[in-house]
Design a protein around this ligand. Sequence first.
Ligand SMILES: Nc1ncnc2c1ncn2[C@@H]1O[C@H](COP(=O)(O)OP(=O)(O)OP(=O)(O)O)[C@@H](O)[C@H]1O
Ligand SMILES: [Mg+2]
Length: 361
Amino acid sequence: MASQSIKIRNLYKIFGPRGREFVEQVMRGMSKTELNREHGHVLGLKDINITIPGGGITVIMGLSGSGKSTLIRHINRLIDPTSGEVLYGDADVCRMDQEQLRQFRQKKTAMVFQKFGLLPHRNVLQNAVYGLEIQGVSKGEREERAQHWIKRVGLDGFSEHYPNQLSGGMQQRVGLARALTNDAEILLMDEAYSALDPLIRVDMQTVLLDLQQELKKTVVFITHDLDEALRLGDRIAILRDGEVIQQGTPADIVLKPADDYIAAFVKEVNRARVIQVEAIMAPPGSSGKQTVRIPASTTVEACLREMSIANATAATVISADGHEVGSVSMDQLIRCLVGDEAAASERTSHPPAAALLSAIE
Ligand SMILES: Nc1ncnc2c1ncn2[C@@H]1O[C@H](COP(=O)(O)OP(=O)(O)OP(=O)(O)O)[C@@H](O)[C@H]1O
Ligand SMILES: [Mg+2]
């Protein structure tokens, strides 16, 4: 399905009865603290500009109170903006009339919640069909579609179970099956996995990534957790006090943190597992002896593994269609691992790839 992108443009949200009166002052630079102190209003979002590409996973990250839920709720207009636009294709969600909005919410979007949002008196199948039931889809068709997704999220055999008979992870699978049964292009997931135990959470990330390979939904995924953001996000936007302080690919965030706040966040990350060689490669042929060929989406860790096996000191990077698009040397890999330009240039000889690998594992 070729999904359209969501473009959020100059979006402001001021909570309080007279929000519109103060938006000019916020545009001129009034801070969240000043707005609260002088006018008793809360700045929820300030000048948000994000393009959420169709068919990809965009992660919104930030600490509690940074505006993540406020932002995602603008996408299906559970919250009205004080100023700005939310474009889906040519349509501005903020200008839709009630009927257009109802259609948009029902047909184009589905939400997955942290607290699962399941109806306790309905079994798994009845929960999954709920959206289609409201849309008036026939019983036979809606149950067939729901059973398909119940299987796909790994709940085969549990259709007749009630939510209180299921673990948290299984309930979240029901939430996902329900969202997928609706066949919406946009999946809005607000801290969907935050209440799950760490291992179950990683399982659910895998479920989402596997399904996404095939489905190519436009997913907006909110999390507090950097590892989750880096694993899931094709793109990541980081919010602080209602403002986007950085947006980009996982590699952008890890390689070029915009400020000390983000640098502190990414310090503990295993860079080798996040950064793909594409982000650090040089033009083709500039790395001397090249004995391995690797796809551009290979992580630094996997690249080192390949080089170690082949006893190589450099690699040729190839695109998905087999063209040579760049090269990486041991120098570049070391620079990337230590996050320090100087470190690599000071070295005269390099440890073999195998030694580097054991150092990062
Ligand atoms: N209805 C509301 N009325 C007044 N202030 C609000 C309202 N909803 C949110 N806020 C404020 O807007 C800011 C952003 O809140 P939001 O819930 O979007 O944060 P969040 O990033 O989702 O936090 P969390 O991680 O805790 O869910 C906070 O300062 C919050 O207190
Ligand atoms: Mg929230």
